[in-house]
Design a protein around this ligand. Structure first.
Ligand SMILES: [Zn+2]
Length: 305
């Protein structure tokens, strides 16, 4: 992490409640790096551009725009860390339960119904009564997702000269997946920031999502790193998006499933183990690999050649 941001990052978590702290304690050490946004060559305009802040799941890295001031850096960092935690606990935002919660909260603001419109009006009134909630970019980004950028809401922000932080969902290949990923990261950020007005607003207007979020955090505290990763490996989906058992993944899919663990292994031991040295099931192999990473001992300690 850039040294000069150390205090900012610590500070952005200073108010976090106990459960969030526990999650960070459990999963924090897997985070490889907090770096600056890399430059890339934009062929369309023929210029170098920097990528925006984000979390890179395959590499367990967060990249941050180095031109942000400390205040903004802290705000964005909490959000990106939320993506990291979502990834570490097995992409909870893509589970069936979270999906159901997302749909239920979306219904609250269904602008095709009278009730939905009345709720939008009530919600906007709540916003206008509390400036910290109104200005929370986590709140506006959740609204952006669950209302799919309802124009009435955006206009309300504009009229009050409050910035509406949002995503253009239509630009994504899988907009609904991203809406859920983003709401999760924003909820993580809200609970970590722990402003009581913002938390109260979120729990009032996103009741199902906030409940699911809390469940996810409690569940993830129960799992330790190895169990959690094992769950993720066991639930690996094939390239076609269909679930199949580990032993039925193609060689290629299996390699992808293990890729990030191998990367970590290579970093620690300087080589990638050869699975063909061992005659065991993929599940046994994966468990040994995770143990090796956690205890920083070579995989041969756990498997017979
Ligand atoms: Zn995000």
């Amino acid at each position: 992490m850039p040294l000069e941001r150390h205090a900012t990052v610590i500070d952005s978590f200073s108010n976090a409640p106990e459960q969030i702290r526990e999650v960070v304690d459990t999963y924090g050490y897997w985070l490889e790096d907090i770096g600056n946004c890399p430059l890339y060559f934009n062929e369309e305009i023929g210029e170098l551009e920097k990528t925006s802040s984000g979390y890179i799941p395959d590499e367990w890295r967060i990249v941050m725009d180095k031109y942000m001031n400390d205040y903004e850096y802290g705000i964005v960092f909490r959000h990106e860390y939320g993506h990291y935690i979502d990834d570490m606990i097995g992409n909870y935002s893509e589970t069936h339960e979270y999906n159901q919660a997302f749909k239920m909260d979306k219904k609250i603001f269904n602008n095709a119904t009278d009730e939905g419109n009345a709720n939008i009006d009530d919600m906007l009134r709540d916003l206008s009564e509390n400036i910290s909630v109104f200005e929370s970019r986590y709140v506006s980004d959740i609204l952006s997702a669950i209302t799919e950028n309802d124009t009435k809401i955006i206009k309300y922000y504009d009229k009050n000269e409050v910035e509406f932080f949002w995503h253009r969902w239509e630009k994504y290949w899988f907009p609904f997946k991203h809406m859920k990923n983003e709401t999760f990261a924003n909820l993580f950020a809200i609970y970590t920031e722990n402003n009581s007005d913002i938390v109260a607003f979120a729990e009032k207007w996103f009741p199902n999502l906030t409940e699911q979020f809390k469940i996810s955090i409690n569940k993830s505290i129960e799992l330790n790193g190895v169990d959690k990763s094992m769950t993720e490996i066991n639930e690996y989906y094939g390239d076609d998006g269909a679930y199949r058992k580990l032993d039925n993944l193609t060689e290629n899919e299996w390699a992808k499933c293990l890729a990030k663990y191998y990367m970590k292994y290579q970093e620690i031991f300087g080589y990638i183990p050869d699975e063909s040295d061992y005659s065991c099931t993929r599940e046994v192999y994966a468990e040994a690999l995770l143990k090796a990473l956690e205890e920083k001992k070579e995989i041969s300690e756990y498997l017979k050649m």
